[in-house]
Structures are given as C-alpha cells and as structure tokens.
Design a protein around this ligand. Sequence first.
Ligand SMILES: [Zn+2]
Length: 168
Amino acid sequence: MIIDRSRDDEFMREALALAAEGARLGEVPVGAVVVQDGQIVGRGFNCPISSHDPSAHAEMVAIRDAALSRENYRLPGSTLYVTLEPCSMCAGLIVHSRVQRVVYGATEPKAGVAVSRGEFFSQGFLNHRVLIEGGVAAQDCSEMLSEFFKARRLKSRGGEAMEARSEE
Ligand SMILES: [Zn+2]
C-alpha cells in the first residue's frame, strides 16, 4: 500500500474552505472532502441545524456525496480529509464505507474517538483497518473553530446587553 501524502495540505485547504461555508450558515465550522485516485469525489460541511439532520456531520455529508458520485456504497482506496477529529458516529461510518485513510486537522478533546476519547479505529472487532493521521493544518483548523465560538459568544453577549437595555 503506497500512501501519497504530498497533497494532504492541499486537500485539507479544500476541507477548510467548506468549513467556512458552514460558518456562514451559522453551523459549527467543520469541513470534509473524500479523495479517490487523486480527485475530490465528495464534499461536505457540518450542517445539522440548517438541514434538520443530527447526522449531518461533515464526514457523513462528504462520504454520502462520494458514494453517490461513485455509485458505490464502499470507497476503497479513498482518503477522507476532515478539519476535526471524527466523533463516534462518523467513526462507525468511516469503517462501514471502507475509507482507507483518514486525515484530520484539529483534535476534538470532548468527542473525538481517534485519539482523544479512545482509539476507536484500533478496536479488535472491526473488520476493516483505517489508517488515521492527525495534525494536518491543525492550527488553521482549530483557529477556525475558536474564531467561530468567540464570535458566537460575543453575539450572544451583545444580545443580552440589548435585552438588558430594553428592560430599562
Ligand atoms: Zn461526527
């Protein structure tokens, strides 16, 4: 198995651009792309709020998009680039879809299951091995999230100030 890492940064930039699209919709900015044979075959960003779909994480959306475009429920030899360490739901999907490699940006200390909350992908019962690599463009990926939450906090504080004023 030959792993080509030469375009990891480039594909992570694509995932970051998708994350920014999500941020514009008020969604927590996480983006993902699926690459097969050197080409992006699936794209997605986190959008559970706007799509009324709790499963609409970036990985889920990108893998569905890839499987549809390839007309194949399995994605052998593919790499999933995602700006944030996957959660348990997405980790399950990654195994089911036979993604070969996952490259993530920032770690997710609260819900990540690649390294943060356990090492899901090395569980012995899994019938498919996924290669996990983290830390690609990690700083940009985590800054996008922290900027988003900072702006949201400021906005809600502003909202409270407005309410306080109207009560006067
Ligand atoms: Zn997830």
